[in-house]
Design a protein around this ligand. Sequence first.
Ligand code: C2E
Ligand code: CA
Ligand code: CA
Length: 842
Amino acid sequence: MIKRSPVQQGASQRAWLITYPLAVLALICVAVFWAADPEWYLRALPGVLFFLIYLLAYRDVFTIVIWRGAFTIAVTDVPLVLALYYLPPVAVILVVSGAILVDQLWSGSPRTKMAFNVAKSAAGNSVALLFIAAFPRYDAADPAMWAILAGAALLASVVEFLSLAGVLSLVQGLQTGMGALRAGWSGFAVNGINIIVGLVFLVALGATWWSAILLAILVAALLLILRSYAEFFRRHQTLADVYELTQAVRDESGRSGLPDVLLGRVRSLMQSEFATLWLAPQGRHPEVLLTARVEHKGLLDISPTPEAVRARAVERQVGTGVGAKFASTEDLRAGMRAARVKDVIVIPLRSGQATIGTLEVVNRLGDARTFRETDVQVLETIAAHAAVAVENSRLVDRLRYDAYHDRLTGLPNRRRVTDALAESVRVRAEDEVVAIMLFDVDGQRNVNESMGHAAGDKLLVETADRIRGIADPGALVGRIGGDEFVVTLRAPSIDATIEIATRMRERLRGPMAVGSLTLDVNTAVGVSVYPDHGSDPETLLQRAELAANAAKVLPYGVQPFHPALESRAVRRLGIAADLRRALDNDQLEVYFQPKVTLADRHVVGVECLARWVHPAHGEVAPEDFVAVAEHTGQLARLTESVLVAGLRRCRAWADAERPFAIAVNLSARILLDSRFPELVRELLDEHGVDPGLVTFEISEPGMLSDIERVLPSLYRLRDLGVRLSVDDFGTGASSLAYLRQWPVHEVKIDDSFVQGMATDSGDLAIVRAVIGLSREFGLTVVAEGVESELTLELLEEMGCELGQGYLFSRPLPFERLEAWLNAQTEPESTPTGEVRRLRAVI
Ligand code: C2E
Ligand code: CA
Ligand code: CA
């Protein structure tokens, strides 16, 4: 008979659902058999002998433990066959049940379990006896009797087995019960052998009672042989299990599920209530404490192991067992009782010389069972493999972490962001978009260049923290490039995304202490969304980057992607060489746009604007070819060619007694070139132009991004006597207060505000404030982009001095400007000479 793990501790009252019917069945049978054979006790004397044999069998005397108690071959079928033949039915039931009862009382089983085991055996034997009663009784030497006895014994096993499976299902869940059922059928082979041995005994004893002596010797010898086989089998099985475990651990070692696999397996292998993995804190890895518990899905982050036991194992660096079977750790047992722990084994996990943690099992399952020395060895074998696996997996973890995170900020890197995007796209709901907001930190490169990389890193870390701090909890924040951060989340729509981006950008702004300096952090945000702007993460990111680049020149700094951006960028790539050729061949043109005083409509000067007609692409926007020039080392030549064209005209106008000032745009980058002011001085000399007639316009965002390094050039230019103007004012992050500190003479309010002021009260307020403060600081205010009468009136009212825009004239080539001047203006004499005055109020 195979005795499977007995009903585990914590067996609940549900077991009675099966115990009671079994008991009732057995009692009815006893009553029936008693009635059929009232004098049974007269032939029951051999029952005493059977009682003793059974008792020994249940006390494991004849038992061979095959695998750590999971499968125990008990030879109870051998005496059963004999008892069924020699004893009266009532005696069979009482003797076997009595032996089990004594055994259970002896080992102190809980009542539920004891009752079940007694009822189960009584019911099994009752069914076997009913089976026998259905047939006539034959002689022990008759094969018909053998068949009847074998059938009866098997039936008893089946009833007991099904009862056990039933109770396991009720108490430990259906799965355990089904598992027992599946595993159990193979055990019937052993039953069969036991039954055959019993029948051989029967035949031998039928021939002569003297054969009992021979049989006893045979039994003893068989027991010895089987025991040693069991030991061999146990070792083999341990190896096989450990191998299987380490294999599973290795398969799992890349994933986070490693502890789950390891602990789940260790727990079931060691048949313990708990299995715990403890890893000491190490570097940036915090302490790990994870526990698998029987009948519990997932891991707990507690451990029942008494601290003292773990400390002992770690200190002595040996596997340490504490419990009834371990004499050397007697001193630790008091603490165990307090912690309600029956027995425990703690094995140190080593990596080289260092102990990196422990593997622990607590509470051997089964009331009568407890860990012993051999269990320590088994767990040690497992631990040796686990130590390698854990160390490896940490390595893997670290590699994985580094592969997917930016080292500086700890944020997910581009690879990780790409993966996450793909995932978001997959799980996105029909009415959602996957939003990508790309934050480009303004002036990062300049901080690196001017203050060193440590400062630049600090700026990035601080920015990363800020973005993380303000991002939606559901958003993923990553760093995908030097100064590019990305925030991705699922949002209801593009508009909602732009709103979120605008809000975030606002909250990101503000001074940031880097070293001794306080920098104003500003970002440009590019937005792209799935599915509108692309179907794969790479495209979406690229397009967000493109949009972010475009956003840098916007007053509100947030730009959603649109296809025009792309064609522009693609074109830019191709035109670098063409631009060089154009500069070589003097193919760039310069257009002039008049600047007009608002109070008396005098044309006082012109802004020189570069124009380039590409042989294939046609007209190229100045923003585009200026950017190309910046990135391909042609900026100085471009600037010089425009400046020279402007100076030439300026000289000519002066010669014609009609002095016009000229304004030339400077890319802030040219100011980083320390030779530039000198070049200006030379060109002014060469053309004999009064420096006071020349204004350089420098875009505010560009200037601000590197003000520290731009300032020296600005001072040198001012010292030459030329005028300096802050172009596109309002689109950068500078406060009006800066204007006083910079060596500038003029402020050009960006056309976006000027164009908005007639309809937008916010724009109007900005324009009013800029005009007010500029005048207070003694700066000239120019409004660019004046397109309507209404705007003009408003500007006049507010005291703006100069205007420029389509309302007066578009930028014009030199000849057409001359024609315009002749047609639209008339000369007016002033104390300083003749000026051109606009003829009619347009
Ligand atoms: P900007 O300095 O702000 O130039 C003013 C731009 O506004 C010009 O565009 C002009 O054509 C346009 N504009 C003038 N009046 C109006 C108006 O009433 N309404 C509207 N909607 N627009 C008006 P443009 O010529 O395309 O130049 C664009 C930008 O390119 C300039 O902005 C300037 O930053 C840059 N740029 C142009 N020429 C040069 C150059 O020689 N060197 C450098 N570094 N940059 C240049
Ligand atoms: Ca300008
Ligand atoms: Ca502008």
